[in-house]
Design a protein around this ligand. Sequence first.
Ligand SMILES: Nc1ncnc2c1ncn2[C@@H]1O[C@H](COP(=O)(O)OP(=O)(O)OP(=O)(O)O)[C@@H](O)[C@H]1O
Ligand SMILES: [Mg+2]
Length: 245
Amino acid sequence: MEKESVIEIRNLNKSFGSNHVLTNFEMDLLKGENLAVLGKSGSGKSVLIKCIIGLYFPEQGSIKLFDRDISEFDHYEWDRVRQRIGFLFQSNALYDSMTIRENLEFPLRRHELKHLTDKETENLIIDTLSNVGLEHTIDMMPSELSGGMRKRIALARALILKPEIILYDEPTTGLDPITSREISHLILEVQKKYNTSSIIISHDMSCINIASNRIIMLIEGRCYAQGDYDHLKNMEDEKVKEFFL
Ligand SMILES: Nc1ncnc2c1ncn2[C@@H]1O[C@H](COP(=O)(O)OP(=O)(O)OP(=O)(O)O)[C@@H](O)[C@H]1O
Ligand SMILES: [Mg+2]
């Protein structure tokens, strides 16, 4: 039996003026897989993610989330579907003037999980922080944490709503190789523990090798090649080879 797609993209076109960023881009994210989208800087990886979550509108093509075309969503439906999708921004985007606890409370309040008691909220925050090994930072400020720790907190904040899909935009950028590996393993653990489906946008080959099951190469605005790490590594194509030098 074919695996079900949680994201299905067909014939996607997105330009900014004469800059054709995505041209006839196609992909499926299958339930339970970690899919890496690999592409050079400026190739359109962040644009792709922004199209998926409805921040950018493509000129052409269709995007389905959980089998529903996003062009049919009203405000209320977007809100509901965004509860099912965790998003790790390229820049972490923690609120600097809030404690870690408040940063994690934020999505809960925004999505009206107000029925939780204070104690239940606290337990949920502690439990989510323990997934990333940072329970002890609950009352600290983001500025007191290292870059790697902030990345983990951003991941915890994406996890707190128990999303079915997680979109990671450059999860290891700016981290040293050891911390990058830790974050990559954490991404894999999250997939196993919660059976989430994820898109991992990156040009960090080590992260992609550790954390993903399948790779799509975004070159010239389209899905240029795909397969697992070893398959792509052994391809003769010059544009693919560049990534493995
Ligand atoms: N709001 C915008 N207005 C105009 N052009 C944009 C906008 N957002 C992105 N672009 C252009 O789209 C192209 C792809 O940008 P994008 O941010 O997706 O690259 P990327 O693959 O994520 O790169 P990086 O690895 O550096 O994050 C770039 O040429 C960029 O200038
Ligand atoms: Mg980007």
